[in-house]
Structure formats: C-alpha cells, structure tokens
Design a protein around this ligand. Sequence first.
Ligand code: ATR
Length: 270
Amino acid sequence: MKSAVIGHPIAHSKSPTIHQYWLDQHGLEGSYDAVDIAPAELSLKIQKMVSDGYTGFNVTLPHKQNIMALCDEIDETAQKIGAVNTVSIRDGKLLGTNTDAFGFIENIKMSYADFSFTGKSVFVLGAGGASRAVIYGLIQQGVKTIKLSNRTIEKAQDIQEMAPDIIQVVPWEQRSQSLDQVDILVNTTALGMVGKASLDINIESLPVDALVSDIVYTPLMTDLLKQAEARGNKVVTGIGMLLHQARPAFEQWTGILPAVTVELEQKILK
Ligand code: ATR
C-alpha cells in the first residue's frame, strides 16, 4: 500500500499519523506521505502519483472540488456532497469517493451506541464544505428536518437544493431563537476553534435531551460543548469525525476496515 494525503498547505495534517498507526497495528508494509501540491500543479502531480504506483490518496483543502475533474469515476456519495476526499487508483484509473459523511455519522454512533437519527429534527450551523457532508450523512440516516443557518445565507440556500423538502434555511441572526424542538445541534463552522472567533449562540431553549456535536476539535471541548454538557445535553467532540473518515480510505487500499482506539485518539490529540 502506497498512499498519501494531498493538500496545500499539508504539513499539519494528522492523516499520516492515523494511517501509520493502522499500518503498524496490522503489521502491513506500506507508506502514507503528506504531499504538498499547489493548485496550479494538481493535474501534473497526480499523473506522477499514478505513474509512481500509488494505491490511493486522501484529498484535503484546497483540492476537494478540483480533484473531481481528474477522476475517472466518482461515486454517488461524493457527487451528492460535491467533493472528493478519498481516491483509489485501480489500473491507472482514479476512483473518487467521500468518507466525511461516514466519519460524522460513525462518530456519533460510536459515542452513543443506541442513538437513532430516524425522524429527528436537526439544526446545523455553517454551510461550508464540511456542512454538505454532515447534511448528506444526516439525510441518509433518515432525519426528518434540517434547519440550516449560515452567516452568508446564499451558501445555505445552495445546500438547501440538495433536499428542499427536508432542509429549511434559518437567518443567522435567528439561530438562538430556533432551537426549541431540536434533537441534534451541529456546529460545522470554524467558530470556537483556537485562533478563531467564538461561536456566539444562546442554547437556553434547546431541549436538554438533545445531542450536541461540534466538528471543531481544537479545543476538544469547545465552548458550545461545555455549555451543552453543563446543562445535561449529550455531547460529541470533533476528533472522532477526523478519525472515522479515515477508516473507509484505509479499507479501500488494504482490504481492512481498521478501528478507532483510545490509544489512536490520544496520539492524535497530543
Ligand atoms: P469548511 O469547508 O471546512 O467547512 P469553510 O468553507 O471555510 O470551511 O466554511 C467555514 C464555515 O464557517 C462557513 O459556514 C462560514 O460562514 P460563511 O459561509 O458566512 O463564510 C463559517 N464562518 C467562518 N467564520 C465565521 C464568522 N466569523 N461568523 C460566522 N460564520 C463564520
């Protein structure tokens, strides 16, 4: 197995540590590099990876959309999300998929084994790339409604087109007033991350039995999660989405679906 993550910048990616951990755990020969590719070089560098015999690679910012034009096949999940984060190379052909929705859903299922998404009402903050994957995953799991709120309303309206019967757009200014009857609250914005502005939201009207999930994992316990936990809500941190999205990629390249262990999580949080 010869694999990599491509992005620009890429130095801080955690993916090499995750995949190396699984290669070691399963006693497999292989490599997982971090390859910095500037946008203008994407096509040329990908051709080189194919001729160098790569099994596949993960794709991160800023290439998740642009890689699509270079793929020979894109599965339905990646097409619906509108981004590819995992490519397998078979017989010189590039097969693109997206494992972010799996990562998001699996993280919640692993945190609360008996949690059911069916028929639930969800509130999603943010309408960037991560939001599309989260929303696709939620719809696949059978949620009933998704209220979507984003500072730039047009981006929320774009995502609404994915499923106009399920998704309702809520103006950003009304985010704190739209939380009663919500079963799942998800932050997909970068707000609350170390170095970014804090997420300004009042969750007083959120039912105390709702589940709150944040995709930010630096810090692990964001202000949103701390507030939610203090009032008794179930909380799910963001590190698991990163770890679980890596599992199907490793499986595509090695045939083994690896597990997320406490040891791996601690390694990544160090
Ligand atoms: P990603 O693809 O990782 O989700 P992104 O596309 O940059 O990243 O999206 C970041 C999200 O955080 C967006 O929803 C963004 O809102 P805009 O679409 O209005 O830009 C949101 N975000 C970032 N900074 C914000 C801020 N100061 N206030 C409100 N939302 C913010």
